[in-house]
Design a protein. Structure first.
Length: 115
């Protein structure tokens, strides 16, 4: 069984920064894809950023240049550094793990950006 636990969400003013962290435990295997998705009220869940176990990253166009995804393979963690936050970044942010053909989600952490 795999568990993903996110932390680091909160309330921040526009232009501010937050850092989200996700810790994976259980049978995660060394080769996997970790990432962050978000879901705003009334909208579908969307990709924010992913990073492979080899370090290849993929970002949504809306956050390029503002957010940075990173991972620590020794600790099975993935972080999302969010800078220059905008009100439209307000959402629940979810950590996702894809490993051995299976998909796992964290419980989500709320990020609220005030104008």
């Amino acid at each position: 069984q795999v568990q993903l636990v996110e932390s680091g969400g909160g309330l921040v003013q526009a232009g501010g920064s937050l850092r989200l962290s996700c810790a994976a435990s259980g049978r995660t295997f060394s080769t996997n894809l970790l990432g962050w998705y978000r879901q705003a009220p009334g909208k579908q869940r969307e990709l924010v950023a992913t990073i492979s176990s080899g370090g290849t990253t993929n970002y949504a166009d809306s956050i390029k240049g503002r957010f940075t995804v990173s991972r620590d393979n020794t600790k099975n963690t993935v972080d999302l550094q969010m800078n220059s936050l905008k009100p439209e970044d307000t959402a629940i942010y979810y950590c996702k793990l894809v490993s051995m053909g299976r998909l796992y989600w964290g419980q989500g952490t709320q990020v609220t950006v005030s104008s």
